[in-house]
Design a protein around this ligand. Sequence first.
Ligand code: ADP
Ligand code: MG
Length: 336
Amino acid sequence: MALGEFELIDRYFREAGCRRGDVVLGVGDDGAILRPPEGFDLIAVSDTLVEGVHFPAGAPARSVGHRALAVNLSDIAAMGGAPAWSLLALTLPRADETWLKEFAKGFSLLALEHEVSLVGGDTTRGPLMIGVQVLGFVPHGVALRRAGGRPGDLICVSGTPGDAAAGLALLAPDAREGVGDPISRAALRARFEYPTPRLELGRQLRDIASACIDVSDGLAGDIGKLAASSGCAAVIDLECVPRSEALATLVREGVFEERDALRFMLAGGDDYELAFTVPPENREALAELEARGDVFVIGTFVEAKASEPLVAIRTERQELQQYLDALPSSFDHFGG
Ligand code: ADP
Ligand code: MG
């Protein structure tokens, strides 16, 4: 690399993110020295983005930097934690300074917003790949898990699932550039390129939710994981699954078909919203979240039965059933 490895680290990553008092020693030594607070459990998460797999080749570097951290912060959010420290394992084909500057900016702005310090990492040459680890805290014993839901609990989701998948579809080379409302197109693309980790909501859910997961692989599949971990089955009411105004607009305009919208909403990944369950006795606390307008009740947990699907999606609109049946094959355990 034209720019030396040490220069590169120094220039772009030594001061990235937030300065925190609990970082005794950050970037520059063999390891970081960190001082966890008393009375808290440590949450550790790790997620890797590979070019061409997790983001399109040639994606804007700022978005790549943002997403690399955001997907990890989303995991911390799903556990009800507060993030603190991060590590960055960067594999680069070359030391492109323009790219690095933008990447570091995307990473750093989000790190600053959530008071995350970059305390170390690794830099190597190879196909573009970004591995991030984040460490965070949660008061002793109260972290949210995927297990914990019971039959009768309400299934909820934050935000409008499917937007990121629609945004990704709009980034594809065959996405009919220039067709449909440009503001809606831009809004959906932004949901893919700059997802918002739901950290504040995750912390609020500690006292309300019985189980929680972040939606990274598609709403129905991730609710299936929540159900499996909780030893329950899920029944989702399709009419209750929210659809963003932007996605609805592009369906009305014919940019997407109804079946695309359903696929994005139920099986599309990359939203980084939270899906969680709430016991009926916490209905009132949930109503306060619902009143803010970005949390929706979409179904219920029921008793798991071997003869019934893990996730059933119900709809009164019979004409939609064929689209539900046609969801990707990894979802064929859903049934109607
Ligand atoms: P070592 O050879 O001991 O693994 P390196 O020379 O790879 O150490 O790294 C020097 C310092 O720079 C270490 O503190 C390491 O954590 C940090 N570092 C390396 N790459 C990155 C990166 N991409 N982002 C942040 N810190 C990094
Ligand atoms: Mg060393």
